[in-house]
Design a protein. Sequence first.
Length: 328
Amino acid sequence: MRTPQERAARLLRWYPKAWRNRYGEEFAEFLIADIEERPQSAERALDVARAGLLARLAVAGLAGQHVAWQPDPGRRVQVSLGTLCGALTACLALAAALWSQLAIAWEWTLPTTATPPVMRATLVMSAAVLAFLVLIGLAIVPAGYAIARNCNVRMLGPLLVLAAAVSLLAFGGHHFLYQWPGSGGHSEGGTLFPVIPAGIQAFAWSLTYWFSVHWFWLTTGLGGWEVAWIVASPLALAAAVAAAATLVRRADLSPRLLAYETRLAAAACAVMGVFLGGCGYWVYVGRPPGLAHAGQLDIAAAILLALVLAAAYQAQRTALRGLQLVRG
């Protein structure tokens, strides 16, 4: 049997460290007294769990409540912006994985067999990816300059992790570039993707090797380096996402730059919503057998993209509310 002190300490784990550092001792005393009065109470456990999860969402920049330990609204905007950066980067990775499948399909699809609905979905998804990349470029330049100008010891670790992850992704993506299964397709026959250089299509495919490898798993098999890349590439991508989000949270960004980045992020969320709409349309109309058929893995990736995009939208709403407080 645990003592009331041990049970209170266990319940406190629902709350994030920032909350516990400020309110942990006082709340622990309240919990101990309540446990001694009511040894068994499911209502107490559920209430603590609910409030603790809300506090964790607030620390992650996904909620506006329970932020008394961070009274500066500018810092709250920056936390939300960091989470938004990570979520949008994950959205881009999933979008590239899905888009690369259609790129391969259309490289091998003759104009006579191409279905207009799938072509429309592909056009929408391609335009959304292009617009998203433009927004990323517009966001990276000023944010990168601010981070480089105000770099400190706390930012050195995330910078090194980000540099290592990007270098690994660039090297691995270039190494597997020449295994792209779209080479030799019928792009000269009038399909959609001749307007997009094959090198870009191949690089997007190789960066998402962990997803796109199922296209030729049964026909070619995999070697040791391929398996290593399947394991290393998502880990490197996750490290890059975490490092970028940490840098945005720790950087010294001016209120004006925060507002600029938040507006760009809101536009990126809207663009990714358009991509998700095109993807959903592709899943709906791409059911007949063929290369442009949306398989179970594509459907699962689309569902995961929707969940990540929902988190990005929530972080965007929290950041915009924080900006209103900053201006006020």
